[in-house]
Design a protein around this ligand. Sequence first.
Ligand code: NAD
Length: 295
Amino acid sequence: MATIGFIGLGNMGLPMASNLVKAGHEVLGYDASADILQNAKEVGIITCATATDAASEAEILVTMLPNGEILLSVLAEVLPVTPKGALLIDCSTVDVESAKQFHASAKAAGLGSIDAPVSGGIGGAQAGTLTFMIGGSDSDCKKAAPYLDIMGAKQVRCGEGSAGQAAKICNNMLLATTMIGVGEAFSLGKKLGLEPQALYDVMSTSSGSCWSINTYCPVPGVGPTTPADNDYKPGFASSLMIKDAGLAQVAAEQSGQATPMGARALELYKEFAAQSGEDLDFSGIITWLERLERG
Ligand code: NAD
């Protein structure tokens, strides 16, 4: 069994670390919040007073932090004490440039590294069914696999360092645009007098079908049970969609790629959140679209 350091025990990190404990690993955890550390103790995590304490004996060091700036500042703290040969696994969603710096700093310190952002949300973290999108060398990915296997159900190696973050933001930019498209189609259908169920039956089996209709339909009472059936309680909060769609725009700007739909989707999500709050599920944008007047 391995000694695993785990830094960032929030909504996602705590259940992920808890699954590593349940699998028999020794997990030394650190979070900036004292309340969270108390919860961590209760699930068998050995809590540490500092990030360096969590890292200093780690064979595997997992980070699950809010953004790239925090990731790099934590990294600067822990790299000098992390044992040579240890493997860093960053599961946070961060910008591609920070992910590249993460890999470069790890390499300079003699450590292995993979970026492994996740999809599947808090439910997936609790159930151990996350999907990991992975960037890193073949040997580091192989070394990480048994640990990711405990926390998730699927691993997709997307390429070398930072490829996991790149894939994550491309996917979520697409998701932002499809959810808005689906919301618009149902809103127009309603104005044209269509029953949502009839439109669902057509669109979910026709050329417009996609995950945002078939699996995560934003209309209550239609299709599978989704956050729409629970007053748009997340699920995947709009604040997280705004974060990911924003990271996609930063990457688009830096790489010189035009993404007009992605850029517009980000603007629309920001307008929706400003009026309806950032805590609603991202599929709740349909409620705002339905109210939009044609200008
Ligand atoms: P969260 O805010 O609940 O957790 C982040 C934790 O990091 C907090 O507990 C915070 O106290 C801690 N932290 C902040 N600065 C720190 C520091 N310097 N040292 C140690 N700990 C520090 O966020 P979350 O929902 O757990 O998300 C974590 C990451 O996973 C984010 O990058 C997010 O974009 C990504 N993600 C979240 C979801 C989701 O559904 N929540 C889904 C996919 C990906």
